[in-house]
Design a protein around this ligand. Structure first.
Ligand SMILES: [Zn+2]
Length: 640
C-alpha cells in the first residue's frame, strides 16, 4: 500500500530536562482525574441511537493565542436505524452553532442543556443513508481539559483528551460507547509555523496565506472518545517498526515539542519498535496496520491511547508500553461500559508487564510480579469489576482495576497455559463481534472457554466479580515415602468463595526437589503422593503465578535422626540417611545368614522402601553404608 505522508524535521538544540518515567500508578491517577473532571460536567447526553454514523468530516481552525475555535464544521454521513425527525448531538453550550445544513439548506435547530437538536424538514424512514453538517465556533470550556491550551518552552500548545465524556466540549458528536465512526476525515487549520496532529494518516498539507491546513484520514472504526487533535510547535520524525505477522513495515510518527532534545527523545521512542513487534506477535497484527502508529506530546500528566496516535506527557518505557497496548485493548476492542473498564486497563497493565517477560530478564519480570502481588494483597478487599461506576476512586483504583486485574490475567495464563491463553486473546480480538467494536467480559470469557473446553464461570465470579483473595494454609505430613498435603483455604474478606486455582508447590529435600501441582476445588482437601526423599520444606507458588497468601506447616513423622524405621515394622521398612549416601545394604537373619542385599545409589535425603513380605517374622540385622562408613542396626519384623 502506498502511503502519502509528509515528515519534516527542524532541530532546535535546546536544553531538555528529561522527566521522570511515569509509572503505571501515575497512569491510573491521571485516568482517575480525567474521570473526576467528566463527572463534574453532569450534562445531559444524547441517548439517541436511532442513527449509525459511518462517516465524519471534522474541519477546525484554531487561534493559538487564545485557544478559540475560530470556525469549525462537522459533516456526518449516517444511516437511520429507525424513523426519525430530530437528530440529537452532544455539544456543550459554550460553543455557538452558526447553522445546521441539510441537503444544502439550513434547517431549524435548538441548542440547550449541551444538546443540539437538529429538526429534519421531513421524517426520515428506516435504513436511509443521509447526511448533515453543523457549523460552529467559540471558545471551549477548558475547566476539565477535554480541550486545553498550555504554554511551554516551544510556545502555545492545544490538545484534546475526551475520555470518557469530553468530546462534546470541542465538537458536536454522539458521545457514547455504542457506535463507532467507520471513516474519519480531519482538517486542521492553524497559523504557520504550528503543526497539527490527529488520528490516522496525514494525507496533505496545504498552505494559504499565513496558515496551513493539515488533512488527516482514518479508515478504521473509532469510538468518539478516541478522536483527538493537537496543535503545537512540534518536531516530527518517523521511525519504522516491522510487523512480522504480515511482513510489513509500519511508520511510527512522533510529534514532540520543538524545545526537547531530539536525540534523547528519539532514543526513548525507539523502544516502541520491539514493543510493537512483541504485541504484533502475541495478539495479532497491529489493528491499524494500513495506516500508522505514533505519539503526540501533550501536557496531561500521563498518556492517552488516542487511536493510532497516543498522546504522551513524556516517553517513559512503561507509558509507551501501556498506551501502545491500548491500541488492541481499548481501541480495536473497546469496553462496552465503564463497569468493564478492566477490559481496557487490566489488559494494558498486564501487556505492559509482558514486555518484561519477553523483552527483559526473568528477574525484571519476577520483580514486577512480586510487587504486584504485594500491592494487591496489601488490603483485603476490592473487586476488578466495578458495580458502582459513580465512585470514580474505585473505578480507576490502581490496586484493583489495574494491578489485581493484571494478576488475575497472569494467574489465568498459568491455569490455561501459554498457548491457550494467548490464542484465546487473539480470537477475542479477531472475533467479528468484538473486532473494531465494543465488548463485555462474557465475550472474552467465551473465547477462553472455547479453547480450554472448560467453564470459567467460577473463575470470573471469584476473581473478577468477587472481592479479596485467598488465604491458603497447607499442612504436610510425611511417613516413609508417603507424603500428604492438606490444603485449607479462606477468603481475605471472609466471603464464601471457594477458589479453584491449582497450586504449584516446590517440595524441597536436602539435595533435590520436585514440583507438584495440587488441584484445589474445596475449602479443605488432602492430597497424597509417593515421595522417595525426605521433605525439608515446601514452597508454595515458587514462580509467582498466583494471588494468595500462603502459610505452610509440616512434620516428618519419624524424626530426622532415625535411619531405619519404623521399628518394629510390619509392612514397610524405610532406609535413609540425612547426610550420607547409601551405596549398599544387607539384611541378616537371626542366625547370621545373609538373606537380602543390594547395591543402591541412594542420595542423602532419599528414602528406600525394603520389602520383607518373603521373610519370616523375627529379629534381623541391617547393615548399610558407603565406602566411608558402615552402619549396623537390629530390626524387628512382625509379620502382618
Ligand atoms: Zn490505560
Amino acid at each position: 500500500m502506498v502511503r502519502c505522508m509528509a515528515y519534516w524535521i527542524c532541530i532546535f538544540l535546546l536544553a531538555f530536562n528529561a522527566q521522570a518515567q511515569v509509572r503505571d500508578e501515575a497512569i491510573s491517577k491521571q485516568e482517575l482525574q480525567r474521570y473526576l473532571n467528566s463527572q463534574r460536567k453532569a450534562s445531559k447526553r444524547s441517548s439517541d441511537l436511532s442513527i449509525d454514523i459511518y462517516k465524519v468530516q471534522l474541519t477546525m481552525q484554531v487561534n493559538m493565542n487564545n485557544a478559540q475555535i475560530e470556525r469549525a464544521s462537522v459533516g456526518y454521513k449516517f444511516i437511520s436505524l429507525s424513523t426519525i425527525s430530530v437528530l440529537d448531538l452532544d455539544l456543550r453550550n459554550e460553543l455557538t452553532v452558526d447553522s445546521v445544513v441539510y441537503h444544502g439548506q439550513t434547517i431549524v435547530f435548538s441548542h440547550n442543556n449541551h444538546l443540539l437538536n437538529c429538526f429534519l424538514p421531513q421524517t426520515l424512514g428506516f435504513n436511509v443513508s443521509d447526511s448533515l453538517e453543523v457549523y460552529y465556533h467559540g471558545t471551549p470550556n477548558m475547566s476539565n481539559r477535554a480541550y486545553s491550551r498550555t504554554v511551554n518552552a516551544s510556545g502555545p500548545a492545544i490538545s484534546t483528551l475526551s475520555e470518557p465524556y469530553g468530546a462534546s466540549y470541542w465538537w458536536p458528536c454522539r458521545d457514547n460507547l455504542k457506535d463507532k465512526i467507520e471513516q474519519l476525515d480531519v482538517d486542521l487549520i492553524v497559523d504557520t509555523p504550528y503543526t497539527a496532529a490527529s488520528n490516522g494518516v496525514l494525507k496533505s498539507i496545504r498552505s494559504f496565506g499565513s496558515k496551513r491546513q493539515f488533512h488527516f484520514e482514518h479508515r478504521y472504526p473509532i469510538a468518539t472518545y478516541l478522536v483527538a487533535i493537537a496543535f503545537a510547535n512540534y518536531n516530527v520524525y518517523a521511525q519504522l517498526a516491522h510487523l512480522s505477522s504480515i511482513n510489513q513495515d509500519l511508520p511510527l510518527v512522533n510529534y514532540v515539542y520543538a524545545h526537547n532534545d531530539l536525540n534523547t527523545i528519539q532514543n526513548q521512542t525507539a523502544a516502541t519498535v520491539p514493543i510493537m513487534a512483541l504485541y504484533d506477535s502475541l495478539f495479532g497484527t497491529y489493528p491499524f496496520a494500513n495506516e500508522q502508529y505514533g505519539h503526540v506530546q501533550f501536557s496531561w500528566g500521563g498518556g492517552m491511547e488516542h487511536q493510532t496516535m497516543s498522546f504522551m506527557v513524556n516517553f517513559g518505557y512503561d507509558l509507551i508500553a501501556h498506551e501502545l497496548a491500548h491500541q488492541w485493548f481499548g481501541d480495536q476492542v473497546t469496553c462496552a461500559n465503564w463497569k468493564s473498564i478492566w477490559l481496557n486497563e487490566s489488559f494494558a497493565t498486564y501487556t505492559n508487564l509482558l514486555c518484561y517477560d519477553f523483552l527483559k530478564t526473568p528477574s525484571d519480570f519476577r520483580q514486577r510480579i512480586v510487587q504486584f502481588q504485594n500491592d494487591v494483597m496489601s488490603a483485603p478487599n476490592g473487586a476488578v469489576f466495578k458495580q458502582d461506576t459513580t465512585d470514580a476512586n474505585q473505578l480507576f483504583d490502581y490496586r484493583t482495576t489495574y494491578q489485581k486485574g493484571a494478576m488475575v490475567l497472569h494467574q489465568l495464563r498459568w491455569v490455561l497455559g501459554d498457548s491457550i491463553f494467548f490464542a484465546a486473546i487473539r480470537n477475542y480480538l479477531a472475533d467479528p463481534l468484538t473486532r473494531y467494536r465494543f465488548a463485555d467480559q462474557n465475550q472474552l470469557r467465551s473465547h477462553f472457554e472455547a479453547l480450554c473446553n472448560c467453564s470459567l464461570k467460577d473463575y470470573f465470579d471469584d476473581w473478577i466479580m468477587g472481592e479479596g483473595y485467598p488465604n491458603y494454609h497447607l499442612i504436610w505430613r510425611q511417613s516413609g515415602t508417603s507424603l500428604s498435603i492438606e490444603v485449607n483455604q479462606s477468603n481475605s474478606m471472609n466471603n464464601a468463595i471457594e477458589y479453584n486455582v491449582p497450586i504449584p508447590v516446590l517440595i524441597k529435600g536436602s539435595y533435590k526437589d520436585t514440583l507438584l501441582v495440587l488441584p484445589v476445588n474445596q475449602l479443605h482437601q488432602i492430597h497424597s503422593f509417593n515421595l522417595p526423599f525426605v521433605v525439608k520444606d515446601i514452597e508454595c507458588d515458587p514462580d509467582h503465578y498466583l494471588l494468595g497468601k500462603f502459610k505452610v506447616n509440616g512434620t516428618y513423622l519419624t524424626g530426622p535422626n532415625v535411619n531405619v524405621y519404623p521399628n518394629p515394622f510390619s509392612n514397610h521398612l524405610y532406609l535413609w540417611h540425612e547426610k550420607e549416601s547409601i551405596q549398599h545394604w544387607s539384611i541378616y537373619a537371626p542366625n547370621g545368614q545373609l538373606v537380602k542385599q543390594a547395591q543402591t545409589d541412594l542420595m542423602p535425603g532419599d528414602v528406600l522402601d525394603i520389602s520383607f513380605s518373603d521373610l519370616a517374622q523375627g529379629i534381623y540385622t541391617i547393615q548399610f553404608g558407603n565406602s566411608n562408613n558402615v552402619y549396623t542396626q537390629k530390626i524387628v519384623y512382625i509379620k502382618p
